[in-house]
Design a protein around this ligand. Structure first.
Ligand SMILES: [Fe+2]
Length: 252
């Protein structure tokens, strides 16, 4: 079951559950840690998903020892890791623990502008972090979150090079408790035994999807942090390719 409109969220008009942005953190941090524990047996699967990531594998290339092979790889214009922690954001009320272990969220019935997002999770010394848990959840092409199931929700673990790959769609904007929300992807990132980074990823102003003005949407979103903007290329062959590298602390 999906809920279409959270404008009634908090109103006394009926038992409508929110499907769009709210504000409280609630107990989800503990829930996420619980899901981490429950998901340990999924490490092998998660690593397998990420290991299959071509773009992610390329993203990790710059952290291999200097060799003649590496010398042939052009250096990135922007350093992959600044050492500064990825900024936090609110979690919202729609996180659900125990999501499926999967990096591919394109399940039957999912429509929208395709996005392949990859990157590396680093610690603050820019060391890649293997077997780091990443949870993703987002709304669909209509701006709706699946609150009864797990559509567009999933968790995975970074591979041996700290890389991940997410196959999904560009989410739609929506109007919620926090006003106009620009398209964003919710995420939580946690190295084993470390604290949970809760944040949201955004899209560049020139993104083209659903006929929406991303520049105006980004400008109107009071939660948006430009430091969490995905580096996007495309669209090509009907899909965007994006990269985003996380930097997290591993100390509680
Ligand atoms: Fe949201």
């Amino acid at each position: 079951m999906r809920y279409a409109d959270e404008l009634s969220q908090g109103a006394a008009s009926g038992p409508v559950s929110p499907t769009r942005e709210g504000g409280e953190h609630g107990s989800s941090r503990r829930s996420f840690i619980r899901s981490t524990s429950a998901g340990v047996t999924s490490v092998a699967l998660g690593v397998g998903v990420a290991a299959a990531a071509g773009p992610a594998a390329g993203a990790a290339e710059s952290h291999r020892p200097a060799t003649a092979r590496r010398a042939a790889v052009p250096l990135a214009v922007t350093p992959a890791c600044s050492g500064h922690e990825t900024p936090e954001s609110i979690e919202g009320p729609l996180f659900k623990p125990n999501s499926p272990a999967r990096g591919d969220l394109i399940t039957p019935g999912i429509r929208g502008v395709r996005l392949d997002l990859s990157g590396v999770v680093y610690d603050t010394s820019c060391k890649p972090l293997p077997e780091t848990l990443i949870e993703f959840w987002q709304c669909d092409e209509n701006g709706d979150y699946d609150t009864s199931g797990f559509s567009l929700r999933g968790h995975q673990y970074t591979d041996s090079r700290g890389a991940y790959l997410l196959r999904t769609i560009v989410p739609r904007d929506y109007w919620g408790r926090w006003g106009q929300r620009a398209p964003h992807i919710h995420t939580q990132v946690q190295a084993s035994g470390g604290p949970v980074l809760v944040t949201q990823l955004y899209f560049p102003d020139d993104t083209q999807a659903y006929g929406r003005d991303f520049a105006a949407l980004n400008a109107a979103d009071r939660l948006l942090n430009r430091a969490c903007t995905i580096n996007l290329t495309g669209p090509a062959d009907g899909r965007y390719t994006g990269t985003f590298h996380f930097v997290i602390t591993t100390k509680v």
